[in-house]
Design a protein around this ligand. Structure first.
Ligand SMILES: C[S@@+](CC[C@H](N)C(=O)[O-])C[C@H]1O[C@@H](n2cnc3c(N)ncnc32)[C@H](O)[C@@H]1O
Length: 392
């Protein structure tokens, strides 16, 4: 057993879901110094006394809206739990569903939804806590309940405590479905939830309580196969109230091939450099999985998820740390190795959000919302498959 003495961070967390790392005082000091140096360099860059910029402000070539043409309203109402910055909500919206309400505990994420869709009914902050909602009042008026319960309890990046994690909200999602009794439910999570490690958990928490009323299918979806320039595997559970609905449903199918993948008749998805409109360097590929959630030693503006991701960003000549608030700020703040520094708008694009979708909150919070989201083109494919099954 480790004898290291862990000390809490001096920075008070501003959100209930931040998962600080366990670090010793020495380890914390390393992060503090790194942050301090980075802060000073950023300030110098913004004051115009930093290094001469080496990149132009980029003009992206990828427009996620081409993957998600807006459908006519289909008259079917959805309820959205754990809405975050709106990845799933946006996909269902563009696929023609009527947004019946969103519940999201983080104020900034709720503000994002209101910013983009002022007409939506958004329950945010304490009023958005799904644990306090009586869902029975929605019974009979809702076609689809969807949501992505927090993935940290199951994520490879987290401590994988599953049901022992106080953030495990699956029982709340299950309660909502049982009380609302929608025609179809859709729930998304990290692919690890479909692994054998959690098979008992899934049986006990999802399949058993819902299996008598719903026929449940689970599929693993890969973001780049739906046109998003990123490797991102997620599991989606679909629950159908009737046999007929299940029979009419067609699983979302891959539409794109990864650059350099074995040719299969599908077009190649754009790589990061092409998508962001960066000059050709003779190498391009999809982005490694963008870090999800608001975990880390401090509130982070890095999108790195793993050591191997670092190498892949290096090969792309993209700097994944210290993501800047704007493209202009990214250009001014030259990365140590001269690689292209990302702005929040670039990260949003690599996740498949259209340029018009804005995020509320500080930079780390905007990145947290992006990294936590279902890539909208994936959400759109999911929503379209559900709409087709529900079409009379
Ligand atoms: C994985 S994210 C969902 C992302 C969303 N599906 C999307 O596509 O953008 C999970 C969200 O659940 C929210 N959350 C956690 N506990 C909650 C609770 N008790 N009530 C409402 N929202 C909660 C978190 O703040 C987080 O934004």
């Amino acid at each position: 057993m480790s004898t290291a003495e862990y000390v809490p961070s001096r920075i008070k967390s501003t959100d209930p879901l931040h998962e600080p790392w366990s670090l010793t005082e020495e380890e914390r000091e390393v992060f503090r110094q790194r942050s301090r140096a980075s802060r000073l360099a950023r300030q110098a860059a913004l004051a115009g006394t930093g290094e001469e910029p080496v990149h132009e402000v980029n003009r992206p070539r990828f427009d996620p809206l081409t993957l998600m043409p807006s459908c006519d309203p289909n008259g079917l109402t959805t309820l959205s739990l754990f809405s975050g910055g709106g990845g799933l909500d946006l996909g269902f919206d563009l696929a023609g569903f009527t947004h019946g309400g969103s519940w999201e505990i983080l104020r900034d994420a709720a503000a994002t939804l209101r910013l983009n869709r002022p007409s939506w009914v958004v329950h945010g902050g304490a009023a958005g806590d799904v644990r306090d909602v009586d869902w029975l009042r929605y019974r009979g008026s809702v076609a689809v309940v969807h949501g992505g319960p927090p993935c940290q309890p199951f994520s490879n990046a987290g401590k994988r405590r599953g049901a022992a994690d106080p953030r495990d909200m699956w029982p709340e999602f299950v309660r909502a479905v049982r009380e609302v009794q929608p025609e179809i439910f859709v729930a998304e999570n990290v692919a690890a939830l479909a692994s054998s490690t959690f098979s008992d958990y899934v049986d006990r928490t999802i399949i058993k309580p819902l299996g008598r009323q719903y026929r449940i299918q689970r599929v693993i979806l890969q973001a780049y196969e739906f046109g998003v320039p990123q490797v991102r595997r997620r599991v989606v559970f679909f629950g159908f109230r009737t046999k007929a609905l299940e029979a009419r449903w067609v699983e979302p199918r891959a539409r794109y091939l990864r650059p350099g993948g074995v040719p299969n008749g599908l077009p190649e998805v754009m790589g990061v450099r092409k998508a962001l409109g960066l000059p050709d360097i003779g190498h391009d590929d999809v982005s490694p999985t963008i870090r999800s959630g608001l975990t880390g030693p401090r509130h982070t503006t890095s999108i790195l998820n793993s050591v191997s991701a670092q190498k892949r960003f290096e090969a792309l000549q993209v700097w994944p740390n210290g993501v800047a608030a704007t493209r202009e700020a990214a250009r001014a703040f030259v990365a140590k190795n001269g690689h292209f520094r990302l702005a929040v708008a670039d990260v949003a694009l690599l996740q498949g959000f259209p340029d018009s979708w804005r995020f509320a909150g500080a930079t780390y919070m905007q990145l947290g919302q992006i990294g936590n989201s279902v890539a909208p083109p994936v959400a759109y494919a999911v929503a379209s498959s559900v709409a087709a099954a529900l079409a009379k």
